[in-house]
Design a protein around this ligand. Structure first.
Ligand SMILES: Cc1cc2nc3c(=O)[nH]c(=O)nc-3n(C[C@H](O)[C@H](O)[C@H](O)COP(=O)(O)O)c2cc1C
Length: 318
């Protein structure tokens, strides 16, 4: 089995990847998408989006990190992928699932699922351009408006030369509306010869067991569930290793909240980033933990980082 932390632009940046992979359970993670338009990104840009590149493509805890690209111009994507590799990247993933209207307007992300031939061309072009030892994978949704091209797109990705395929089990039009159609991941898994990673709506250990059964996949990708319940991957790992599952109590989670804030401050102390990111994360965790609501309420009106740090120090949940 394998657990992968999903790419989530604006939510799982390098600091969140660092934190969640320290907590444990993950085998791999994927960067937020790096958008490719007409230029070739410079080294500082790659390192801004994926600082792990400078650390041997690993998070602080040593978990491998893949660089995700989003674009539609195969040649330019290949030129960018080669630059990323020149600066140290060793795994590239291609995004064929982003639903954002601005991205789709520029022919990137999920809109490409209307044209399996273009998907094939992009994968094939990158596979041909990249050195053999650089892994190339892709991530797709089940389609744009409907699922009629799901298998064709998956086959295009496999025939283009990708070595793995993550499937978010919804169409673009379905957005993030439950349910995720895990049975479709099974259909794709049965159709292609490369490993398929099942993704969508795994929020609990029970969901993990259900997605494995329904999709037949051994590799599972966790997105929002891993942010809302930061020890979800660790619980799954404990379960699959046959040990007792020990859910984190809120005292432990409070330690992670303080660590997260310190890591955000270490990255960018002089702007709104640390406080904004902390509020964003608490906003998600409070759907699972009533104590997170308490912490959220305690800092909601605070704007300055030192005030927030003082407030965080005062919470005790032992
Ligand atoms: C805020 C947000 C940002 C996302 N950004 C990306 C991204 O950069 N690349 C990508 O392939 N998928 C992205 N996704 C999709 C997720 O990787 C994942 O496929 C989706 O959230 C379903 O999994 P989940 O139900 O476990 O969250 C994003 C999802 C969310 C909610």
């Amino acid at each position: 089995m394998q657990l992968i932390l999903a790419p989530m632009q604006g939510l799982v940046d390098d600091v969140m990847r660092d934190l969640l992979t320290r907590i444990g359970g993950f085998d791999e993670c994927v960067s937020e998408f790096v958008r490719i338009t007409h230029t070739v990104h410079s080294r500082p840009t790659w390192l801004k989006y994926v600082p792990e590149i400078a650390q041997g493509n690993r998070t602080f805890a040593g978990v491998p990190c893949t660089v995700q690209l989003l674009g539609s111009d195969a040649e330019n994507m290949a030129a960018n992928a080669l630059e990323a590799v020149r600066f140290g990247a060793d795994k590239i993933d291609l995004n064929f699932g982003c639903p954002a209207p601005t991205v789709n307007k520029h022919q990137g992300g999920a809109v490409l699922l209307k044209e399996p031939q273009r998907i094939y061309h992009i994968v094939k072009t990158l596979r041909t351009a990249l050195p053999e030892h650089i892994a190339l994978s892709a991530k797709m949704r089940l389609g744009f408006e409907d699922k009629s091209l799901a298998l064709e797109n998956a086959l295009a990705i496999a025939e283009g030369g990708a070595s793995a395929l993550a499937v978010h089990a919804r169409t673009k039009v379905e957005g993030y509306e439950p349910p995720a159609h895990w049975i479709w991941v099974r259909k794709i898994r049965d159709a292609v010869a490369i490993p398929v990673i099942a993704n969508g709506d795994v929020f609990t250990l029970q969901d993990y067991l259900a997605i494995r059964q329904e999709s037949g996949c051994e590799r599972i990708m966790l997105g929002r569930g891993a942010v809302m319940r930061p020890d979800l991957a660790r619980q799954i790992r404990q379960y699959t290793q046959g040990g007792a599952v020990e859910e984190a109590d809120f005292a432990e989670i409070m330690g992670w909240i303080r660590l997260f804030f310190d890591l955000c401050l270490a990255k960018e102390a002089n702007n709104k980033y640390p406080v904004a990111r902390l509020k964003q994360w608490l906003g998600m965790m409070k759907r699972v933990y009533p104590q997170a609501q308490e912490v959220f309420d305690g800092i909601r009106t605070l704007k300055e980082a030192d005030e927030v740090k003082r407030a965080l120090a005062q919470f005790a949940f032992d």
